[in-house]
Design a protein around this ligand. Structure first.
Ligand code: ASP
Ligand code: MG
Length: 452
C-alpha cells in the first residue's frame, strides 16, 4: 500500500472551515491514510502562557476560557457534536487541572503534558470532521509510538523504537481507515508526555513517514510552498517548484520558517519526498523537496534568520594549543546547544547559536551556568540584535565571481561575520537586525530579479 502522510499546521486547523478544507485535501488523495495535526492556531501560545510562573489566577481562568472557546467553536459546527463532546470536555478539564497543578509544582513533566493538550484537542476534532464527511476515521494517541528521551520541552525521538512501534500499532490501522494523530508530542519510556520543541509537528510527520516507509509527506501550511525569499520582504519573490534536500536543509535551518529544520532528516534517511503547500489554496501547488532535482541553479533563495546571538570567545591559551574547540563544543553539547556558524582566528572563536526548535516553553538557550562554565577557560562576550542572511544555491563554493556579486550588494552594510566554503549550498552573512530586511531585499533584487 502506498502511503502519504499529510500534516496540517495550526492555521490549517484553526477553525471548522479551515479543517473542512483540509478534509477535502485528505479525501482527494486515496493514498493519504495518516494525518498529523498541530494544535489549532493560537492554542499552543495560550498553553505556553499557562505554564509561566507569572500567571495569576484571574489570567489563568481567562486563558482556559480562550482555549475552550477555540475548541468549542469547532465542536459547535459539527453535525453531531455529541459524538466527541464528552471527550473534548475531559481534555479541557485536564488542561485546567494541569494548570492548577503547576501552581504548586513547577514540574517540566507537567508543563509538557499541558503543552500537549492543543494537539490532543485538534486531532480529536479533525477525525470527527472526517467522519462527518463519510470517511472511516479515528484519532490515535501518538504517544503509543512516538518514544522520546525525557528531555521535557525538547525531547529527542528514539528513531528505531518509533519504527518498531509504528509498524506494530499504527500500520494495521491504516489499512482501512484514515488515522488522525498529534504532531509535536511524544512520551518517554515511563509513559510521561514530552514535546519536541516549538514547531515540532512537521518533524513528527516526517518521523512517522520514515517509520512507516511512506512515499511522501505533505506539509500543509498557510503559504503556497517555499519562495525565493519572504514575499513580505521582496514582493517579486517567486515560488520554487522543486528543490533538493540539501538546498532545503540549508533553507530550513537558515530561516525559511515554512519547515521545521529537523523535518528533512527522516525524509533524507528514507528518501521520502516532501511537499509544502497551502491548505487554503491547494490548487496553487507548492514546493516538492526531492533527493535530486533538474538543473539546480546557482542562486536558489535568500533566507533570513532573526534574533541571533553571537558568542565571542577569546583566550590566549588557544595560541598553538590543542583541544580548545573540543572543550568548548563539549560544554555546549552538555547544555544541549547546537551551533550554527563558526569563525575562528588564532585567539578567538565566534559562534552563532541555533535557536530554532528551542525549548517548548520558550526559555532562552544561554543560561548563567553555561556562561560560567565557558568563562572558566576563556573570556566570553555575548552580542545580540543580529540577523543571519543566507544565500542558498548550488556550487557556491566553486563558482567564480559569486563573492564579488554578493559583496557589491552588501557594500553599504556592516557585515559582522561571513561564513562561506563549508557547504556548496550556502553563503551566510551576519548583519545587524535593523539592516536585515534591506539586505535581503537588495540581495533578492540583484541575484534573482535581473531580467525580470
Ligand atoms: N503546536 C506546536 C507549536 O505551536 C507544534 C507545531 O505547531 O508544530 O509550536
Ligand atoms: Mg507549525
Amino acid at each position: 500500500m502506498s502511503l502519504v502522510v499529510a500534516k496540517f499546521g495550526g492555521t490549517s486547523v484553526a477553525n471548522f472551515d479551515a479543517m473542512s478544507r483540509c478534509a477535502d485535501i485528505v479525501l482527494n488523495n486515496e493514498a493519504c491514510h495518516l494525518v498529523v495535526v498541530s494544535a489549532s492556531s493560537g492554542v499552543t501560545n495560550l498553553l505556553v502562557e499557562l505554564t509561566q510562573a507569572t500567571v495569576n489566577d484571574e489570567r489563568r481562568l481567562q486563558l482556559l476560557k480562550q482555549i475552550a472557546q477555540i475548541q468549542y467553536e469547532i465542536l459547535d459546527c459539527l453535525t453531531r457534536p455529541q459524538d466527541v463532546a464528552a471527550q473534548l470536555d475531559s481534555l479541557l478539564s485536564r488542561i485546567s487541572a494541569l494548570s492548577e497543578a503547576l501552581v504548586l509544582n513547577r514540574s517540566k513533566a507537567i508543563m509538557d503534558e499541558l503543552l500537549s493538550m492543543g494537539e490532543q484537542c485538534s486531532s480529536l476534532l479533525f477525525a470527527a470532521v472526517l467522519r462527518e464527511r463519510g470517511a472511516s476515521s479515528s484519532s490515535f494517541d501518538v504517544r503509543q509510538v512516538m518514544l522520546t528521551d525525557s528531555h521535557f520541552g525538547r525531547a529527542e525521538p528514539q528513531i528505531g523504537e518509533i519504527a518498531e512501534r509504528a509498524q506494530q500499532w499504527l500500520a494495521p490501522l491504516l489499512v482501512n481507515q484514515i488515522i488522525v494523530t498529534q504532531g509535536f508530542i511524544g512520551a518517554d519510556s515511563e509513559g510521561r508526555t514530552t514535546t519536541l520543541g516549538r514547531g515540532g509537528s512537521d518533524y513528527s510527520a516526517a518521523l512517522l513517514a520514515e517509520a512507516l516507509r511512506a512515499e511522501a509527506v505533505e506539509i500543509w501550511t498557510d503559504v503556497a510552498g517555499i519562495y525565493t525569499t519572504d514575499p513580505r520582504l521582496a514582493p517579486n519573490a517567486r515560488p520554487i517548484n522543486e528543490i533538493s534536500f540539501s538546498e532545503a536543509a540549508e533553507m530550513a535551518t537558515f530561516g525559511a520558517k515554512v519547515l521545521h529544520p529537523a523535518t528533512i532528516l527522516p525524509a533524507v534517511r528514507q528518501q521520502i519526498q516532501v511537499f509544502v503547500g497551502s491548505s487554503r489554496e491547494p490548487e496553487k501547488g507548492g514546493t516538492w523537496i526531492r533527493h535530486q532535482v533538474e538543473n539546480p541553479p546557482t542562486f536558489r533563495a535568500v533566507a533570513v534568520r532573526r534574533d541571533q546571538t553571537l558568542l565571542n570567545l577569546h583566550s590566549l591559551e588557544m595560541l598553538h594549543a590543542r583541544g580548545f574547540l573540543a572543550e568548548t563544543f563539549a560544554t555546549l553539547a552538555r547544555h544541549k546547544i547546537s551551533v550554527d556558524l563558526i569563525t575562528t582566528s588564532e585567539v578567538n572563536v565566534s559562534l552563532t547559536l541555533d535557536k530554532t526548535g528551542s525549548d517548548s516553553s520558550g526559555q532562552g538557550l544561554l543560561n548563567e551556568a553555561l556562561l560560567q562554565e565557558l568563562s572558566q577557560h576563556c573570556r566570553v562576550r555575548v552580542e545580540d540584535g543580529l540577523a543571519l542572511v543566507a544565500i542558498i544555491g548550488n556550487r557556491i563554493a566553486s563558482t567564480a565571481g559569486i563573492c564579488k556579486r554578493v559583496f557589491e550588494v552588501l557594500e553599504p552594510h556592516n557585515v559582522r561575520m561571513i561564513c562561506q566554503g563549508a557547504s556548496p549550498h550556502n553563503l551566510c552573512v551576519l548583519v545587524s537586525e535593523s539592516e536585515a530586511a534591506q539586505v535581503v531585499k537588495s540581495l533578492h533584487q540583484n541575484l534573482f530579479e535581473e531580467g525580470l
